[in-house]
Design a protein around this ligand. Sequence first.
Ligand code: FAD
Ligand code: NA0
Length: 451
Amino acid sequence: MSKAKRVCVIGAGPSGMSVLYHFNKLKEQGKEIPEITCFDKQSDWGGLWKYSWETGIDQFGEPVHGSMYRGLWSNGPKEALEYPDYTFEDHFKKAIPSFPPREVLFDYLKGRWTKGDLRHWVRFNHVVRQVTYNDDTDDFSVVVKSLAEDKDLPVQKFDYLIVASGHFSVPSVPSFPGIEEFPGRVMHSHDFRNAYQFQGQTLLVVGSSYSAEDIALQNLKYGAKKIICSYKTRPMGFKWPPEITERPLLTRIEGKTVHFKDGTTADVDAIILCTGYYFHFPFLEERLRLKAKNILYPAGMYKNVLWTEAGNNKFFYIGMQDQYYTYTMFDAQAKWTVNCITGELKLPDKEAMRKDIEKWIAKMNELKDCHDDINFQTEYLVDIAKNANYGYDLDTAQQFHDWEHHKHEDILTYRDRSHASKFTGTQSPIHHSTFMKALDDSMATFLNTKA
Ligand code: FAD
Ligand code: NA0
C-alpha cells in the first residue's frame, strides 16, 4: 500500500476513535499505514461523552453536538460494552459495579484512547463543511472550517472518507396544536441537561423509547412531582411507580391542559419532547448521504458500514444504526473499515454486496421484540467481527437479555443489579448506593475514592 494514501475521519467520538485505535495498532506492529486526519468540531474528544452544559448554539455559532445530561448513568450493563483488550478492571484496577455514571464511562474510554498515540491525528475545533467525491480523480474534496480561527481551510484531498459523526444530535421536533400558547417550558431531550429545575413539577414527556424512559426516571429521582409519558405507537409498559404514568398521544394543548387520544386531560408545568433524532449530514454531497431512521440495518450499507450507493468502495459510516451494542460494535466496524483500506480485506463484487444487504434487511423486517433485536444485532456483530479478523468473541447477548428482564421486573432497580464480565469472568460488585438514591454520581463517589 502506498504511503501517499490519505484517510479522513469525521468525528472523534467512540466510533471515530476506534478507527484511530486500529490504525495505531497496525503502526505499533510496524505496518505501513495511510496518512490520517480526524476532524472534530468539538474542543475535545469523546463525542456525546464529552458532556457539554451548552444547549442550542455554541461559542462558534455551531449547533451544540451534546445530548447527554448530567445525571446520566449507563442504560445498559457495562459488561455489554466492554472492550476485550481493555477491560474495566484493566482501567480501574478493581472490579466496579455494572451501571456506571457518565463520567466513569468517559474515563474508561479515555484510558483506552491514551494507551496509544492517537490524539495527534485529531484536529479539534474543526468542522467539516463539505465533502464531494471526484469521479475523475477517484478521491474526495473536503472543506473544513477552523472554528477558532474563523477560517475555511484550503480544500483538502483524501482517498478514503469515514463518517463517524453520530446520529443523536439533531432533534426531531414534532408540533402539537396549542403548543405555541403553552405557558411553561417546552424542550427536546437534546437540550435536557439536569432535572433539578423540574423539582415539584408535573411533566409531560412525549415519546416511548430510551430518552423518554430515562428522562422520566431522572425527573422522579431528582424530585419532580408527577410525570406523564405520552406514546405514539405503544407504551413502554414498565411497572412504573405511582408518580409515572403512561397515556396515548396528546391531541392538543389548551393553556396548561393537555388532551390525550383516550379523552383524558392533565395539567402540566413543562413538556419534554423525547421524540428522537434526525440523520443529518448537511456536509455530504447528495449521493454520499445516508438517509435513514434509527433502525438496526439502514439500507445501502454493506456490513452496515460501507456506503455502496456511491459505487467507489471508499466511503464508510461507523455507528449509524440503532444501538444495543455500542463501543464493541463501533470497534469491530472500525477494524473492518481499516482492513478494507489497508487491503487486508477483499470486498466481494457489487451484486454479492447487494444480496448481503438484502439478506440482513429481510431478517430485520421479521424481528418481533427487543429480544429478537438483540439476537439480530449480536448475529450482525459476530459476522462483521469474524470478517474483520477481530480476534475476540463479542457476543454479550445474554447480558442484554438479562438486562431486559431486569428492566421489566423493576425499572427502578435494574441499575442496581450485577452482571459478569465476559472477558475477566468477574461478577461485578453491588454499588454502595442504589441508583434512585445516588444523587452524587461523581466518579470519586461512585468508585468510593472520595477523601
Ligand atoms: P458521537 O458520540 O455522537 O460523536 C460524534 C462526533 O462527531 C462528535 O464529537 C461531533 O463533534 C463530531 N462531529 C459531528 N459532525 C461533525 C462535523 N461536521 N465536523 C466535525 N466533527 C463533527 N451508549 C452507551 O453505550 N451507553 C449509554 O449509556 C448511552 N447513553 C446515551 C445517552 C444519550 C442521551 C444519547 C443520545 C446516546 C447514548 N448512548 C449510549 C449512545 C451513543 O450514541 C454512543 O455511546 C456513542 O456516543 C456514539 O459514538 P459516535 O462516535 O458514533 O458518535
Ligand atoms: P431516543 O429515545 O432519543 O434514544 C436515542 C422516540 O420518539 C420513539 O419512542 C418514537 O415513538 C418517538 N416519536 C417520534 N416522533 C414522535 C411524535 N411525532 N410523537 C410522539 N412520539 C414520537 O430516540 P429513539 O430514536 O430511540 O426513539 C424516538 C438514543 O439515545 C438511544 O440509542 C439510547 O440508547 C440513547 N439514550 C441513552 C440513555 C442512557 O443511556 C438515555 C437516553 C437516550 P414511536 O412510537 O414512533 O416509536 C441513560
